[in-house]
Design a protein around this ligand. Structure first.
Ligand SMILES: Nc1ncnc2c1ncn2[C@@H]1O[C@H](COP(=O)(O)OP(=O)(O)OP(=O)(O)O)[C@@H](O)[C@H]1O
Ligand SMILES: O=P(O)(O)OC[C@H]1O[C@H](OP(=O)(O)OP(=O)(O)O)[C@H](O)[C@@H]1O
Ligand SMILES: [Mg+2]
Length: 327
């Protein structure tokens, strides 16, 4: 029986760091750095040493998950898709985390007014070859994503100019003709007079909780993952729903069935004959559900934000178990 602790990799700096810390703390899993903020190892508090934390950069986390050197990690989906070969065999994206949004796009100079689509860009590539005797040049650090996307659009005659920063400046400085890079607010593209092709969205990325399928998943690591995923799952479920309480008139069982069908609301404690009817409903359904409950005779409909909703059936843990070898 393996007692090696679970290794969790969390961004140590950059855009994802602050949100990642807050995310674990909010789920009742504070990450502590016993020797201070410059310490690159820590622990997940409350798990008796069963889970250690490694603080790495977002791109290193993608590599370590791929290699199986950590069990769980937080990093951007863009970095996973770019750096992990045959990603589906090596990692499992357990859950998007709602922060670190970034879209990987193909962008061209705004001055190319007739170029709006990947098909137009293919024509440009053909023109570069025949008139200038050279291929279209694409500046990017997303080499794999670019190759796959261009191939999917039948665009083959181009050259990648590897860029390690300030990619958006490449067309103006003449080192490339077009770019593939991430954008969030769009202000960097606009400042460099670039526009996104209509069909030029390669990937909509955000930070994800990712499991490595190649890591040595011993008993201690599995048990730590179960405990972590139970807490994360409870916090996620609590964010997704509100509790709704009301005393409608009529057959509660039939009303609960209709609430599920029409409003995706569940009755987690079943229906009590004396009432009230207690439901967990998705946040975007609260108003229509309340309206409907009042149309069914409820005088008052009360909703509550929840801190945690622990459920015996934990979709995160089940997804992990299903993906791990001989689980
Ligand atoms: N506006 C943005 N610019 C850069 N990255 C962003 C942005 N918004 C979200 N992200 C995401 O943050 C992750 C990259 O974070 P960061 O740049 O801190 O990591 P890194 O590339 O590993 O670090 P570094 O480049 O300093 O070594 C990516 O997944 C990216 O999609
Ligand atoms: O759409 P926006 O909101 O303008 O954000 C996108 C820009 O932000 C990032 O650059 P960053 O500032 O991290 O510099 P670097 O990648 O060159 O290090 C990214 O590489 C884009 O250039
Ligand atoms: Mg960066």
């Amino acid at each position: 029986m393996s007692t090696e602790p679970l290794l969790l990799a969390v961004p140590s700096k950059g855009r994802l760091q602050e949100n990642a810390f807050a995310f674990f703390a909010q789920a009742g899993l504070p990450l502590v750095q016993p020797r201070g903020a410059r310490d690159y190892r820590g622990v997940v508090a409350g798990l008796n040493g069963a889970a250690e934390v490694l603080f790495l950069s977002a791109s290193e986390i993608a590599k370590e998950l791929s290699a199986g050197n950590v069990h769980l990690g937080v990093t951007g989906e863009d970095l996973i898709r770019e750096t992990v070969p045959e990603a589906d065999k090596r990692v499992l994206l357990l859950a998007p985390l709602g922060f670190g949004p970034a879209t990987v796009v193909v962008a061209v100079p705004q001055a190319w007014i007739d170029v709006r689509t990947m098909a137009d860009l293919d024509d440009v590539a053909t023109a570069f070859r025949s008139r200038q005797g050279r291929p279209l040049r694409v500046a990017t650090k997303y080499i794999t994503l670019t190759r796959t996307f261009f191939a999917r659009h039948g665009l083959g005659d181009y050259r990648i100019v590897e860029s390690l920063g300030a990619t958006e400046g490449a067309p103006a400085s003449g080192t490339a003709d077009v770019i593939v890079d991430i954008t969030t607010t769009g202000s960097t593209l606009a400042a460099n007079a670039l526009k996104i092709l209509d069909d030029g969205v390669i990937l909509k990325s955000q930070a994800n909780l990712v499991a490595s399928l190649r890591a040595p998943w011993g008993d201690t690591a599995r048990e730590a993952a179960r405990a972590i995923l139970a807490r994360l799952g409870a916090a996620a479920r609590a964010r997704a729903v509100q509790e709704v309480k009301a005393m409608p008139e009529g057959d509660f069982a039939a009303l609960a069935a209709e609430a599920l069908r029409e409003f995706r609301a569940v009755a987690p404690y079943g229906v009590q004959s004396g009432g009230p009817l207690v439901l967990h409903a998705p946040k975007d359904m609260i108003f229509p559900l309340a309206d409907w409950l009042m149309s069914q005779g409820a005088q008052t409909v009360q909703t509550t934000n929840l801190d945690d909703v622990f459920e015996k059936k934990n979709p995160l843990h089940e997804a992990l178990l299903a993906a791990l070898p001989n689980a």
